[in-house]
Write a new protein. Structure first.
Length: 246
């Protein structure tokens, strides 16, 4: 699960470039029992209820937004993902470019909340998409009632969506994510190595997932398993550290 938003300069995001295997439904850990079925229905069933994801940073909003797009594409529907922070101040133009898509995921409503022109554009988009029978997924750091919106009518429209609240992963959940993502890369990550990563590198999932890609390449090149000595050697935490270039 990853809450990091992926930047783009345009309206829609090419799924071939932006939906890696880590950001699919089967790679999501910690969802309540009804969450994934609800989003799968949105992606695949005409007329399914629209959804509003909410949660703090790194709770999986972007992961699930991209996973829903990927699921729609897998069933022959055209899907688009738009991180709203990339379209702030010009949202009307960005939304206009999405009219041909069957499912649209709009991530980061808080980025445009309070901007009247953007809110009007979003309100108009919502009404057009509803009339056209589109599927829409919203994601934000808060529920519609908690966002600093200036248009009451927009808040009312958003509140009509099925609301899905996401909670941060606990320690066991973070471990499960790392194990799953290591397995998907064919990496052997034992408990000692996992403990070391969580203790010495940090517990932010986006950082840890990025490190798995680096470790995957290093393990393949050296033909070595991910043991603690190998992690020390690759990440060089006593020198440059895992977050620095070199």
């Amino acid at each position: 699960m990853s809450g990091d938003r992926q930047a783009t300069g345009g309206g829609q995001l090419p799924l071939a470039l932006r939906c890696p295997p880590d950001q699919r439904f089967e790679a999501f850990v910690g969802a309540a029992p009804d969450v994934l079925p609800q989003l799968r229905a949105l992606a695949t069933v005409p007329g399914a209820d629209w959804c509003h994801l909410s949660g703090a940073a790194a709770t999986g909003k972007t992961h699930l937004s991209l996973a829903t797009c990927a699921e729609a594409e897998a069933h022959g529907h055209r899907a688009a993902y738009l991180p709203l922070a990339s379209a702030r101040g010009r949202l009307a133009d960005a939304l206009q470019s999405l009219h041909e898509y069957d499912l649209i995921a709009l991530d980061g409503l808080e980025a445009v909340a309070g901007g009247r022109d953007d809110e009007v554009a979003l309100f108009d988009f919502h009404n057009r998409a509803r009339a056209a029978g589109k599927a829409v997924l919203y994601a934000a750091r808060g529920l519609p009632a908690d966002l600093p919106l200036v248009l009451p009518d927009l808040r009312s429209r958003l509140s009509q969506c099925v609301r899905i609240a996401l909670a941060p992963l606990d320690e066991a959940g973070r471990r499960a994510v790392l194990r799953l993502r290591a397995q998907r890369r064919g990496l052997g990550l034992d408990e000692a190595a996992l403990d070391w990563l969580l203790r010495r590198v940090g517990r932010d999932l986006a950082t840890l997932t990025g490190l798995l890609d680096r470790l995957d390449r290093a393990s393949l090149a050296a033909q070595r398993r991910l043991t603690v000595p190998f992690l020390r050697e690759v990440l060089d935490v006593d020198g440059r550290g895992p977050g620095r270039g070199g």
